[in-house]
Each structure stands twice: as structure tokens, then as C-alpha cells.
Write a protein that binds this ligand. Structure first.
Ligand SMILES: *[C@@H]1O[C@H](CO)[C@@H](O)[C@H](O)[C@H]1NC(C)=O
Ligand SMILES: *[C@@H]1O[C@H](CO)[C@@H](O)[C@H](O)[C@H]1NC(C)=O
Ligand SMILES: *[C@@H]1O[C@H](CO)[C@@H](O)[C@H](O)[C@H]1NC(C)=O
Ligand SMILES: *[C@@H]1O[C@H](CO)[C@@H](O)[C@H](O)[C@H]1NC(C)=O
Ligand SMILES: *[C@@H]1O[C@H](CO)[C@@H](O)[C@H](O)[C@H]1NC(C)=O
Length: 350
């Protein structure tokens, strides 16, 4: 595709000149990149998903027959500045030698997948890209730059341990941290699984301190688990060496009253984002918990504040266009919304 280096370079230069000449006090670092709206942009999407190998069958909407393609054509427009265009080579050059890991549930996999596609599609075909799997982690390495992107699947961040009584979700224990902290950049997320019950619940008991119980208030459990994670970061991560992000809650779209379509119970007919910046559904309770826990931390952790901008994208879910034909208004098509999450991540990193 014809976007990229040249226009990106000019754009930066213009801003630079404006800043140097002192003609304005405008400063991109002061701009809230998360406040804005979605605008139609003919030059989108940033890549053709059919050219990205191994998009998982949950997210490959076009392959599974999605007929309306306008959802690919929206660009996030912050209110008071522009989000820089993604430049894969520049990004990889700046990240040379770094190990980047997404840790969390399938939403983390969703974002990781988008990052791999964004980079893969912009690099020359002869560039060396190696994928490596072990039991918990998938890693893609861009060998020419020595940059790797891993995804570590951990639904709750805290541990689930098999004991005599059954599987115990331990709200105050994180044992995978030693693997995570080997990385230069960490992007965490957890939320999706905290309200799962019945067959979809992957634990039998929940433990908080010495108290092992069958169940408890799930929002309290979420806050406890997240606080354990926060304490672990505060005590175990050297943030001079490792940059830590937490991804805000990724919203689902099963309740039409959240976007002024009362009675609608999924995203099946949604082909446009919500106009403007406001969302009737408001801030999810879980996001309030996330922001509270983060605000109590002593180490610097950046919130990838993607909740609102994603709430506006009722049109960006796979709905029934996935391998399972089940209605999925939780995950996101790739290409699609997670590309913007990664643009925001790269803007925060470079
Ligand atoms: C996240 O973004 C929303 C919407 O722009 C904003 O209201 C909220 O204050 C932001 N949260 C933080 C912690 O910056
Ligand atoms: C254990 O936790 C449950 C659920 O939160 C609570 O009802 C119970 O009182 C707790 N027991 C002890 C001994 O703290
Ligand atoms: C919701 O929809 C109704 C009817 O279509 C409209 O009159 C109203 O202005 C909408 N409200 C918002 C907040 O968009
Ligand atoms: C949203 O904006 C589009 C394009 O400007 C317009 O066609 C559409 O009617 C608007 N939808 C609502 C609900 O305001
Ligand atoms: C944040 O810290 C304050 C003071 O220690 C405490 O009262 C509050 O419960 C904490 N909030 C969260 C969400 O951990």
C-alpha cells in the first residue's frame, strides 16, 4: 500500500518546524490520544488481512465471509492532534534488540495477532520472520531487527493451581512473573474470564489469603487479583529496564441500549461505528477498578486507555464471521480495531 515513509516524514517535519518557530504552543505529548472519534478514511485498512499468515480462525472475518467491509475504513482521530501513521520499519528500528510480550487472555492474542500482521505486511517479502511456540507462549521474531513479539496466555494473570480439592484460583499468587519480567516491554490485560461460570469457568475454588471458597463477588475477586498483579509489578519489575502497560477493558456489544438501540442483543447488524465521542453505556465498572488499582501503584505503568474508543466500534467484532459461526461480539476482526490499539502502543513507545 502506498502510505508511509514519505508522507509520515513530511508530517513530522511540519510539526517540528511549527514547534521550533514557536508559532504555536501545540505539543503532541500534551495531546490525549484517547479522546476523539472515528472518521472514514479511504486509505484504510493498513494491510490486506489475506496477506497475513496464520490469522486465527476466531478473528479472520473476511475469510469467513464478512460481506460489509466499511468497518476496515475507519481511522481513529484524536480531538486535538493526529495519531502518527504506523511505520513498521521505523518502529522496528527503534525497538531493535527488544523483547515485547503481551500477557493476558484472548484479547491479548487478538492484539498480538494484529501487531504481527501490521509489521509483516509492511516489510519486504525477503525479511526473516520466525514463529516459535511452547506451551504458554507464541513468539514471532523479526530477525533482521532482532525484535520479538510474544503472547503469553494467562486468563487471570494470577494462578490456577490443581490441588486435591480441585482447581483453585489463587487471587494472591503470581508464579509466571519470572518469565514475564525477562521482557523489555510488557502489555497486560485481564477481564474477560472473571464472570465466567458453569462449564466455562476453569476453576472449582477461589482462594483469598487462607480462605478457600466456592465463589465470591466477582468484581471484588477481580480487584484482588489485579491488586496482586500491581504489587508484583511494584516489587519485582525494574521499570527502568522494562516498560509496563496495562490495557484498559475491551468492551463487548451485546446490549443495544448501550448504543441507543434498545432491544438489540448482539452486534450482528452493526456496520458503522457510533458517531462522535460519547457512549451511552458509560464507563464499565471493571474499567473503574482497573484505573483505581493502577492509580495506587508506586511504579510507572501506562494505561492503554482503549475502552472508550473501542466502545464506539460496535461494528468491529467478528459477529458470526468466524470459524465457529457462533455470535462473537467480544473479540475483534483482524485487520480492524486492534490495529489502532497497536498504533497507540507504538506511539507511546517511540
Ligand atoms: C480514559 O479515556 C476516557 C475517555 O477518553 C477518559 O474519560 C478517562 O479519563 C481516561 N482515563 C484515564 C485514566 O486517563
Ligand atoms: C471466606 O470468604 C467467603 C466469601 O467471600 C466469606 O463469606 C467468608 O466469610 C470467608 N471466611 C473467612 C473465614 O474469612
Ligand atoms: C437515541 O435515539 C433516539 C431515536 O432514534 C433519538 O431521538 C435520540 O436523540 C438518541 N439519543 C442519543 C443519545 O443518541
Ligand atoms: C453518523 O454519521 C453519518 C455520516 O456523517 C450519518 O450518515 C449518520 O446518519 C449518522 N448516524 C447517526 C445515528 O447520527
Ligand atoms: C488504594 O489505596 C488506598 C489507600 O491505601 C485504599 O484505601 C484503596 O482501597 C486502594 N484502592 C484500590 C482499588 O486498591
Amino acid at each position: 500500500m502506498g502510505y508511509g515513509n514519505i508522507s509520515g516524514g513530511c508530517w513530522c517535519l511540519v510539526i517540528f518546524c511549527v514547534l521550533v518557530s514557536g508559532a504555536t504552543t501545540y505539543d503532541i505529548n500534551e495531546c490525549d490520544l484517547y479522546q476523539g472519534s472515528w472518521v472514514y478514511d479511504e486509505s484504510y485498512p493498513m494491510y490486506d488481512s489475506s496477506e497475513c499468515p496464520h490469522i486465527r480462525k476466531e478473528y479472520d472475518c473476511i475469510k469467513y465471509g464478512r460481506p460489509d467491509l466499511n468497518y476496515l475504513k475507519f481511522r481513529w482521530q484524536p480531538t486535538s492532534c493526529n495519531l502518527p501513521r504506523f511505520n513498521a520499519e521505523e518502529f522496528l528500528r527503534k525497538m531493535t534488540g527488544k523483547k515485547i510480550m503481551y500477557v493476558g487472555d484472548s484479547v491479548s492474542v487478538n492484539q498480538w495477532q494484529s501487531m504481527v500482521c501490521l509489521l509483516h505486511s509492511s516489510l519486504p517479502p525477503q525479511s526473516t520472520i520466525i514463529e516459535y511456540d511452547d506451551s504458554t507462549t507464541t513468539t514471532v521474531t523479526f530477525e533482521d531487527y532482532g525484535v520479538s513479539f510474544s503472547v503469553f496466555l494467562s486468563h487471570y494473570l494470577v494462578d490456577i493451581v490443581k490441588e486435591d480439592i480441585g482447581r483453585v484460583l489463587k487471587l494472591d499468587s503470581i508464579t509466571n512473573g519470572d518469565v514475564w519480567k525477562e521482557n523489555d516491554v510488557l502489555i497486560f490485560n485481564t477481564w474477560l474470564w472473571w464472570y465466567r461460570r458453569g462449564e466455562k469457568q476453569p476453576w472449582d475454588y477461589i482462594q483469598i489469603g487462607a480462605n478457600i471458597t466456592k465463589d465470591m463477588d466477582r468484581m471484588v475477586a477481580f480487584q484482588e487479583g489485579l491488586t496482586t498483579w500491581a504489587k508484583w509489578v511494584d516489587s519485582d519489575i525494574n521499570t527502568e529496564e522494562t516498560t509496563v502497560f496495562f490495557q484498559g477493558v475491551s468492551p463487548s456489544h451485546y446490549k443495544g441500549s448501550d448504543w441507543n438501540e434498545t432491544g438489540v442483543t448482539n452486534c450482528a447488524k452493526e456496520t458503522r461505528p457510533v458517531n462522535g465521542s460519547e457512549y451511552l453505556g458509560g464507563v464499565p465498572r471493571a474499567e473503574i477498578v482497573v484505573e483505581e488499582v493502577l492509580s495506587n501503584m508506586t511504579k510507572p505503568v501506562s494505561l492503554l486507555n482503549i475502552t472508550r474508543l473501542s466502545q464506539l466500534r460496535k461494528d468491529a467484532h467478528p459477529s458470526s464471521y468466524n470459524a465457529f459461526k457462533g455470535m462473537d461480539c467480544t473479540h475483534w476482526c483482524v485487520a480492524g480495531l486492534p490495529d489502532t490499539w497497536n498504533l497507540l502502543l507504538s506511539a507511546a513507545l517511540v
